[in-house]
Design a protein around this ligand. Structure first.
Ligand code: COA
Length: 162
């Protein structure tokens, strides 16, 4: 039987479970990425989905006066396609303060980092996920995170036309 799930703001004690969820995606989150998640979690907003007392999905986001940027998001691979990722993005948008757009950067399909398991081709599902929520591709950022570690910038307008 499926357990019941709760979406709530992240707390410091959640960090080990958040890192465990991210670590379950080794082609997406290499050790440097895990360190960056921990650093961003310490200073930015976060939310988790808890099911039967365990964190099964998380998001970390950055807020400025004009933008909400999803910095990190993941659902445990055993819990995907159950709406958890979409619920977390909605949670972020609901916590906004009239920002004009939401942003996210994903790895491009050809992104790699020498000596790691990062595999940009594995981000096709991530791209489809954000596009299903209305995000659209803005531009490619060559070597954004490091040599050959290219990013795609996606945005979701949140403003009303004037
Ligand atoms: C991307 C990710 C967060 C999606 O989480 P999720 O909980 O499975 O997402 P949801 O169940 O809310 O999916 C919502 C919709 O997104 C789309 N979607 C999600 N994953 C998809 C995939 N792998 N391929 C194609 N479409 C996908 C579907 O339209 C889905 O709706 P459906 O299941 O009714 O068809 C999850 O796959 C993940 O953690 N990936 C690894 C980490 C990652 O890539 N993070 C983003 C980096 S920027």
């Amino acid at each position: 039987m499926e357990g019941s799930s709760t979406c709530r703001l992240g707390r410091q004690v959640d960090l080990p479970q958040i890192l465990a969820v991210a670590s379950a995606w080794p082609a997406h989150f290499v050790p440097r990425g895990l360190r960056a998640i921990a650093a961003d979690f310490a200073v930015h907003s976060s939310a988790v989905i808890e099911e039967d007392g365990a964190v099964v999905a998380f998001v970390v986001w950055l807020e400025t006066s004009l933008e909400l940027e999803v910095l990190w998001i993941a659902t445990h691979p055993r819990k995907t396609r159950r709406g958890f990722g979409a619920r977390l993005v909605r949670f972020v948008l609901e916590h906004g303060q009239d920002q004009v757009q939401a942003l996210v950067k994903t790895a491009s399909e050809d992104a790699k980092i020498d000596g790691t398991r990062l595999d940009g081709s594995k981000f096709r599902g991530s791209l489809a996920f954000f596009e299903s929520l209305g995000f659209r591709r803005c531009c490619r950022l060559d070597s954004f995170w490091g040599p050959e570690d290219h990013a795609l910038l996606l945005s979701l307008p949140l403003f009303r036309e004037v």
